[in-house]
Structure formats: C-alpha cells, structure tokens
Design a protein around this ligand. Structure first.
Ligand code: MN
Length: 131
C-alpha cells in the first residue's frame, strides 16, 4: 500500500507519517476489543492522532453474528456509518434497527450498544475525537 508523506511522495509501508494517508482499510490490522461486555468485536484504527490528525479519529468495527459492543456511555459523541450488515442500536431505553447504508449520530452522555442481528458480519465506521 502507498502512504503519501507531507511532500506528496508515495512511500511503501505503514511507518508513522504526518501527511496524507491513503490505503486499504482491510490492510490495517484488526485488534480484538477487550472491553467488558464486548462479544466478538474487532477494531481497525484507520486514522488517529498517530497519523497527525488533531481532531477526529476514524475506526472500523467488525462484529460477528450474535456479537455486540459493550453497553456503555462516555462524554464524547459517535458518528457512525453502517458499511455492511444489519443490527440494532440499544440507546438508553430505546432499540433502533439499522442496516447497511444507514448513518447514526450518537450524542455523548448516553448509554449505547451495537448488536449484530444479521447472519453475516456487521461492519461500521465510528468517528470520535482523538484521544
Ligand atoms: Mn461508545
């Protein structure tokens, strides 16, 4: 994969860069989410502060059939885009079904969990402030 440095020079590899980044999401290593309550969830950190992003991080989550993200809350918001699959969002007392092509704004300070209700893999982008 090609990563472009701040001078626009394409370079091979994944070394830390502070310039433009363009690569295949599937070439980013997936790490298992170990938070309590997570079931069959992996995350690929596509863009983070390590890439020189001062404000926004982009993560790609994959949840296996029957899996779920932890039911949790935090001060920051989530901006979600459902890349593939189907599921439901548990949001406080509410449950909202979603599917491929949907997007979701989860305002900060609310309990939330994403549950895969489909037969295949659930994939979604989740954008958050950088750490
Ligand atoms: Mn969250």
């Amino acid at each position: 994969d090609i990563i472009f440095d701040s001078q626009g020079n394409g370079v091979k590899g994944t070394e830390e860069m502070t310039g433009l980044k363009l690569m295949k999401a599937m070439d980013v290593e997936a790490g298992r989410v170990m938070m309590e309550g997570a079931v069959d969830v992996t995350m690929r950190m596509l863009i983070s502060g390590d890439d020189g992003a001062p404000n926004f991080a982009m993560r790609l989550f994959e949840v296996g059939p029957g899996g779920r993200t932890p039911y949790h809350s935090h001060a920051w918001e989530h901006e979600i885009y459902i890349v593939d699959g189907k599921g439901k969002l548990v949001f406080g007392e509410e449950e909202k079904p979603f599917e491929k092509g949907d997007f979701i704004f989860v305002p900060g300070g609310n309990m939330h969990s994403f549950i895969n209700t489909g037969a295949g893999k659930l994939q979604f982008l989740c954008l958050v402030p950088v750490d």
